[in-house]
Design a protein around this ligand. Sequence first.
Ligand code: 3HC
Length: 682
Amino acid sequence: MSLVNTRIVNQIAILEIDSPPVNALSAQLRSEMIAALQALADQSQLQAIVLYCAGSTFICGADIREFDGEPLAPHLPELISHLERSTVPVIALLHGHVLGGGLEVAAACHYRVALKSTNIGLPEVGLGVVPGAGGCQRMMRLVGVTNAVKLATSGRAVKVTDDNYARLCEHLIDSQDDLLQQGLAWVQRRLAENSLPIKPTSELALDSAAQEIDWQQFKKQVQRSAKSNPAPMQLLQQLARDWALPVAQGEKNTRKLFLQLRQSDAAKALRHAFFAEKKMQPGRSQQAFTVSKVAVIGAGTMGSAIAICFADGGFKVTLLEQSQQALERGLKRIEDEYQRSCERGRINQKQLQQRLNLIQGSCDYSSISEVDLVIEAAFESLEVKKTIFKRLDSVCKEGAILATNTSYLDINVIAQATSRPESVVGMHFFSPANIMKLLEIVKADKTSDAVLEQMQQLAKKLRKQAVTVGVCFGFAANRIYTRYGREVQQMLLEGASIEMIDQAMREFGMAMGPLAVQDLSGIDIGHNARSQYPHPSYDPGYFKVSAALVAAGRLGRKSGSGFYDHSQRTACLDPQVAQIIAQVAQELKVEKTEFSLQSIAQRALLAMISEAIQVLEQGIVQQKEAIDLIWLHGYGFPRAKGGPMFMAQQWGIAQLQQQFSALREKQGDKIWPRLNLAKYLE
Ligand code: 3HC
């Protein structure tokens, strides 16, 4: 099937691209576009060429699926050169998303006309690569060096109407208007006025303000946000050096970097993350979405943040508490959080007010009788939750979805407290709930498919990354996280120090070290959750360090001390903790191990992988990609490493078998069971 159709209307050629779903620049599309441009070069009467895309978007970039293989000819720079060298003016009509190679194509055209709703961006760094066809160089000439560098190194898309980028387009069209019709009318007008000269972007001058750019300051900003992805910094370094070069030379240099990075481990991992997210997106639903009014039970830290999530998504929320005092504290917390967002420029004053207006407080269960969904975020105790669900069962309307935000408790038992277990589901948010993207949708034995489908649609509206999981201790996420935590504690007993462990995981790329996280979230939280379940008899050291710290009143930041001492502004090490650990290790007669930063990170990852494969084997999650998304969006795993299952795949079965059997020898096959690696890693 042909991806490019050309027709000529009044001496204007319309080159229409139709390559669903997003008009990605595959080799076939590149080749057909070049052929179409070559065919038009023979048309002597032609006055202009209009580049237009069918469907919901302009070209959204190179076809990422091609990146795993050798680059296929014709390459994008060749197409770009045909466009720029055209002897009649080429006008790009833009709508939807104009990203990556799509923006490079648009920037090489002589004019751009766009719908006002169009987004533009150079998201390549998010895929571990850099713009490979002169996008940076041409954008520097069209929107200024600083703006182009910001666009390319941040990878973030902006609206075409954004003040800093408005110069890109010669003409903007109201979004409800017909782009092709209005775009052609503009071209005809300009032709009639004789004001459509050919101006190759490469020949435009650079702005003089570029001389003043503080590249060091730029580097600091990029360093802060790029984390373990090397692409943004490498691009910035190159642009800082090359920005004043002619386009052809600059383009050649970034193309070289693009080809080099394309095969890097980080780029492979980032591509994996991109496609894992697409794979886990819910399909189109046949069911109408019925959730509009929502209630949240419990106005503590979690409940308040969940209420914010819903208000951000445009839902009306009733926040229910037992006492007026607790309710007011929760509402104040919400207001403060919105104020902070406003001060940071994430929302404006009007949005702040709109969102606050969506949230109302109540201490009366009868006020939630008509809501479509309740999320219980009360104290983590089975008895407390059973009582609440009994109450919800008696007050909520028929068909209301009753969700619990429990992190560990058995949702089947909670569901049994109601007369409608088919309506009960887990909605497990991650802290802080209004920031972290992950949402575990927990399917209990009797949860209906209709309820699950509503949850998936809801997650999309809340802009969450949903993963559907089954019931077990900690579901998928906290169960694997607990296994990671257990291994960290075991390494402490074997002689790894607190700072070494946190440093190892930070250097690996985790947002925070695991012990600093414990201090932040409260050591007693996990301790209390675990104490509701029998400890594994085959694992004598199981979270014994945490138990000893809790017994010593060291609960983390909230009590002034935990793994670290928090009495000063910055956390510092406390020799007392080392003594507590040494004492537990001595009582348990734990053999010492020699550790390096690398061996600590490796062992922590092996623990995650081992538990993840058991979670898959037991059907708690269905796809291995779900495991990676849990870690990327719930626990700050470095995206440029792809996730534990991706890393397992990279290491390969033979290496994993060897590592697992060495650990099994030391700790036994209950802790390191034999696993069917081939089933999940081949
Ligand atoms: N290549 C191949 N497939 C792509 C793709 C791309 N660049 N972009 C999207 N797709 C696929 C998705 O995998 C999905 O496939 P599926 O239906 O089989 O799951 C389908 O298109 C629809 O995508 P979304 O579900 O993401 O659609 P949305 O409407 O939600 O979002 C989008 C559209 C904003 C364009 C989003 O897909 C996106 O951000 N895509 C990636 C854009 C990008 O990174 N472009 C740069 C590529 S690198 C480059 O251009 C290098 C150059 O400089 C040489």
